[in-house]
Design a binder for this molecule. Structure first.
Ligand code: NYM
Length: 215
């Protein structure tokens, strides 16, 4: 008999406005998956370690100015340069817990309200990237997010822009996303994230195929 191929890993994505708890929750989820014997890794976008990522980092820290369309494409290219490696890891059975992906890319650029850079324009370069098996959207009103130590010094970290980001996330939302009220306790939010992650991992074990954005 032909040996059964090992199950692929799941692509589990966290999205939400700044300071909604994505970093805490994605880190915690990877820890709990590993403790349960799941081969899991934490990835994040932008990936600031690559050459493109360094430019993005400089842009976010305002030490580099860039045209709004150009920086959008650079954020996207930063996902494309990692696409093959992501696909390889998933194929090797590694579950990837990812802190932000294409939805942040679209929601943030469109929130700048630059004429011409509407949602459809912003989505175009993302087409063909990997589609997550689960999106865990940590929902939190911007005012509540702001009180969590306040926004930092980086570009985009203002209440007004974050409100528009949240509106765009609402438009981008699809019915298969898991919407989680992020105002609960860390443990409470974590258990909801873990349940959704387990469900996605199970689906991948049962042979769910990796799909692409935005089919
Ligand atoms: N961001 C993130 C974008 O504008 N486009 C993107 O494609 C991605 C992935 O970068 N404010 C924005 C959202 C954040 C900022 O992300 C840095 P983080 O998770 O705070 O390091």
């Amino acid at each position: 008999a032909v040996p059964k191929a090992a199950a692929r890993g799941a692509f589990i994505l966290f999205e939400g406005v700044d300071r909604c708890g994505k970093t805490t929750q994605s880190t915690k989820l990877v820890e709990s998956l590993k403790a349960a014997g799941v081969n899991a890794e934490l990835w994040r976008y932008p990936d600031r370690t690559t050459e493109m990522g360094k430019m993005i980092n400089a842009y976010l820290q305002s030490s580099l100015d860039m045209d709004d369309g150009a920086i959008h494409l650079l954020f996207s290219a930063n996902r494309w340069e990692k696409r093959a490696a992501m696909e390889k890891a998933l194929g090797d059975g590694v579950t990837l817990v990812v802190d932000r992906y294409s939805y942040s890319g679209v929601a943030f650029t469109a929130a700048k309200e630059v004429p011409g850079l509407d949602l459809e324009w912003c989505k175009a370069p993302e087409r063909g990237l990997l589609r997550p098996d689960a999106v865990l959207y940590l929902d939190m009103p911007v005012d509540a997010a702001k009180t969590r130590g306040g926004f930092g010094e980086e570009r985009y970290e203002t209440g007004e822009l974050q409100e528009r980001v949240r509106t765009h996330f609402r438009v981008l939302r699809e019915d298969w996303w898991t919407i989680i009220d992020a105002s609960g306790t860390i443990d409470d939010v974590h258990s909801k994230c873990a349940a959704a992650a387990d469900e996605a991992i199970q689906r991948c074990r049962e042979g769910a195929e990796l799909a692409r954005l935005w089919d």
